[in-house]
Design a protein around this ligand. Sequence first.
Ligand SMILES: Cc1cc2nc3c(=O)[nH]c(=O)nc-3n(C[C@H](O)[C@H](O)[C@H](O)COP(=O)(O)OP(=O)(O)OC[C@H]3O[C@@H](n4cnc5c(N)ncnc54)[C@H](O)[C@@H]3O)c2cc1C
Length: 431
Amino acid sequence: MWLRQLSLRPKWWIDNNSKMTQERTYQHTPIALIGGGLTTQVLALSLVHSGFDFIWFLGPQDSQAETKDTRTTTIHHAGKMMLDALGIWTSLQEPTCPITQIAVAGTPQDTDNNKGWPLCWEQADPPMAWVVSNQDLKTACKTETNIQLSKQKIQLVSIETMTIGQPNFLLDSTGKSWSCDLVIACDGANSLLRKQAGFTVIDQSRNETALVTSVQTERPIGTIAYQRFLPSGPLALMPISTKTASIVWSLPNSEAEALTRQDKNSFEDTLNAAFGNYLGRLTQASTLLTWPLKPHFCPRISKPGFILAGDAGHALHPLAGMGFNLALADVAILLDCLQNGACSGLTPSHASVAAAYRSRRKLEILALTFATQGLNRLLTRKPGPLYQMACKGMSVLGQLPAKRLLSDLAMGGKLASAPLLSGKLRRSDSR
Ligand SMILES: Cc1cc2nc3c(=O)[nH]c(=O)nc-3n(C[C@H](O)[C@H](O)[C@H](O)COP(=O)(O)OP(=O)(O)OC[C@H]3O[C@@H](n4cnc5c(N)ncnc54)[C@H](O)[C@@H]3O)c2cc1C
């Protein structure tokens, strides 16, 4: 690994902050990767396989044994190919469940009496997506990063301050100073680095909370993902196994909070009334978790020497299960931009790399942001007639040949393309 000691003084050297007032030496790295979530794990593996030199800063909280994340993540076909190429997919220990059909409707009345689901599409070979246990995915990523990354590449410290320049300067939580040509910030939805870089955030919150749990279904759910757009909010059931499903139910904060106060039987009654009897009785099978929803996006996700990826740049409403998939596409495209830049003799911090990444991410991020926000606003919390009209629209769409597009979008890799999204990893031994 290439490290060098610099003796430079960034702008904040003269700040009042006592940590910064002493003369410092700066350890240098070409790329600083910041964050400890799934986006950073996948990016770290992509960079190491491609021969890029970097240091990964992950807060101490990310290296400790975490509380078990009982959520599942739906990973689209393109994302699966990418995780396969990086060795993560084969490191998964628990069974994954394919999704070959997606069925969408409004209230249970829409699907009563064998009317079927008004909007339903299918794609079995290959499946559109896969449902994976979050905990298993995190463990598989950690297993692979432990194998592929040398210890010197990983710093178990969070970053407290960043000054953007040429180079950028970072101050970590132990008071150590770093300089780097490129900062890649994957520090999540509340990104501190995004704030310090002065990037604008468009907040799209609607005071919603997602309730997450798993259920046993009385009749087999098979490989079908169900989505109900209920007047109070979207309710998704993702298959985990033949008779087990994962639930993400987004509700106004007050309604979600009231449900968390119910006992198990009352909660099940409310859930069954909301989903209907299509799969027989649903029985709660794991603890009920809550996630406050704060969807947002940043109109700008890069500038020379500074790049946002994952939830730091965009957090989607979970109704389509696409947030992490969008982050995977960030990683694949960023890697392609860095590799293309390197082939043309450009450094990772070159303005053209940042511009290429920004322009190649624009379409998919905007499309998915507006699709998820649009559906949520169009189909939930509407008075009677408007809601009925919106549900009619679903049946109309269900009759159109254009619904083939929906399978294409659900499989990923259509609004964004890069070799890694097709499972191709361009390797390079040293850079
Ligand atoms: C209920 C729910 C269900 C979902 N279901 C799906 C799904 O089915 N499919 C899908 O594709 N997506 C889904 N998502 C979205 C997905 O979970 C997120 O998009 C993804 O986890 C984001 O990962 P991330 O690494 O970008 O951010 P995070 O997981 O937030 O990670 C950020 C990391 O940065 C670290 N950090 C923060 N500040 C610093 C600092 N200063 N220095 C160092 N480290 C720092 C944090 O400790 C953390 O580890 C769902 C989301 C929710 C809420």
